[in-house]
Design a protein around this ligand. Sequence first.
Ligand SMILES: [Zn+2]
Length: 240
Amino acid sequence: MRFYLLDSIPYGTSRYSGEYTARRRWGLPGLQCPTCDVPYVDKSEAYPGVDLSGVPEAKQLEEAWLEEDVEKFMRLRELVRPRVPEGAPLAPGSGFGPLVGTARGNFAQLDMLYGDRIIIRRDALGQLQAEGLRGLKGHRTGLRFRQRNAPELMEVEPELIGLLHPDSMPPGMAAPCKTCGGYRLSLLKEPLLDRASLPEHLDVFRLRNCTSFIVISERFADTLRRLGFEEFSLQELPVR
Ligand SMILES: [Zn+2]
């Protein structure tokens, strides 16, 4: 089985006018991590289907800020934990709930404008699900259009599973930070997937130690091509 990084197309080459401005309804703050010694914010770890409206601090989590008090950060993280899938990393900056904002123009079936999230038209999602692809959980977005014939846009929530192989990570960076749980991969060499970590039951997932990477199976890639989907790029990721 081959695996591919699902990503955006080069800036300025889109044949579609669709664009949106949005932020996620809730988020954990970034953390001025005393261990990393720099601010840590991971906006790619996202749970669009998670509703925090019943959480006591939900109002506060609608704001984005950089927290300097580690204990306060940990407390907020534990409040969120019962709402997210078991084993979620919950790095500083993780987002929850739908993308809320405005959109305009016409959209391809799949929108990878921001490479780390999958926005998809409802009809296209149904098409892919009917093909039997696994792991395609879609959630409503809060994107509002002011135009006729607006598409209904959904967001896929890829499960966080699978890892980059330590050989492709900078020396000393293979383990997460003990305090904030984050990975510092700015110096990433050629990406390489860790075979033992790859799921057999999913055709799409997000890497746990490189959350901006959405990975799809060969089966998914073949389906996208066969159905004539546009506006995405694929890069095969070697496996070790
Ligand atoms: Zn840290």
